[in-house]
Design a protein around this ligand. Structure first.
Ligand code: ATP
Ligand code: MG
Length: 298
């Protein structure tokens, strides 16, 4: 056997304990809009998801679409701001958000998975309905004993209730669900939800064993720009307070901690710009990015 063939066989052997561990388990993968960099990476993502399903793991994909939404907003000359990593969403912005997430990003991910031999189905929180959401309130601390100020960020939601029935039905049919982060508000209206929050809520609702957030950095970085391999809740608090974790990373780390609270065993923030990032995380001894583990798990 050539050295290269032997190396391949070794890789498969290394994967064996992980195959055993995760067979029959659900893994929720959040595919960040920022990680959808080029066609090769998108193809690698689709093939990774297909491989997971082929070896008996149930992948559920939740996607973002920040940069894609920004592009259409810009083309339409609509401005939008961010507060703590959340997009301020007027009804006009919500129309664009929904068009881009469902019409463009969701359809293209579903198409890509299917084109490479998988069987994906796209859905939003409206289907089932999968995700009931409430309006997200953001509180701003004020100086000198003043009550915190509530910042209105419009049609932005947070998941209230995930009903996984529709996902179970897809699972039985051997389909891979691909979820756009739009929830159903109290009056049936569409609410824009940060995709990290959706991924964490879906992971909790499905009792997933892993939540993996693919983004455009190596993981959570410390003040000096170095990758932090593992984080615990107290460390997260310190890094947030110090302003080291900011912007789009805030919902990500909060979601990882919430997922653990809800019974998910491990949450990961990994670099979606690396080909085969998902497989490297799940099936190799090294792992990649930043891991958050439930107490008592190694
Ligand atoms: N401590 C930190 N370590 C790493 N990245 C950080 C940190 N603090 C803030 N960030 C920012 O968080 C960003 C990732 O979140 P962002 O919301 O931009 O992407 P995403 O969630 O992957 O995509 P989308 O929001 O479209 O789904 C990084 O690009 C980085 O700029
Ligand atoms: Mg984000």
């Amino acid at each position: 056997m050539t050295d290269q063939a032997n190396l391949r066989a070794q890789t498969l052997i290394e994967a064996l304990p992980y195959l055993r561990q995760f067979q029959g388990q659900t893994i929720v993968v959040k595919y960040g809009g920022h990680a959808m960099v080029d066609d090769d990476l998108k193809k690698s993502f689709a093939l990774n998801v297909i491989l997971l399903r082929a070896v008996g793991i149930y992948p559920v994909v939740v996607h973002g679409g920040g940069p894609q939404i920004n592009r259409l907003l810009k083309a339409l000359n609509i401005t939008s701001d961010f507060v703590d990593g959340m997009r301020v969403t007027t009804p006009e912005v919500m129309d664009v958000v929904q068009m881009v997430l469902l019409g463009q990003v969701n359809t293209s991910i579903v198409g890509l998975i299917n084109q490479h031999g998988g069987r994906a189905v796209g859905l939003s929180g409206h289907d089932g309905p999968l995700i009931r959401a409430s309006r997200l309130q953001i509180a701003r601390e004020k100086a000198n004993d003043q009550p915190p100020e509530i910042v209105d960020i419009g049609l932005v939601g947070e998941p209230e209730k995930v009903d996984p029935q529709v996902l179970r039905a897809l699972e039985h049919g051997n389909f891979i669900p691909v979820i756009a982060p739009v929830g159903v508000g109290p009056d049936g209206e569409s609410l824009n939800i940060n995709a990290d929050l959706v991924a964490a809520a879906v992971a909790a609702g499905l009792r997933a064993s892993k939540l993996i957030l693919l983004t455009d950095t190596r993981g959570v970085l410390d003040g000096g720009g170095n990758l932090i391999n593992e984080l615990t809740p107290p460390q997260v608090g310190e890094l947030m307070e110090a302003g080291v974790i900011k912007g789009g990373m805030i919902p990500k780390v909060s979601c990882c901690l919430e997922a653990l609270e809800a019974g998910v065993e491990q949450a990961h923030i990994i670099d979606g710009r690396v080909p085969n990032a998902l497989l490297l995380e799940i099936f190799t001894d090294q792992g990649v990015g930043t891991v958050f583990r439930a107490k008592g798990r190694r």
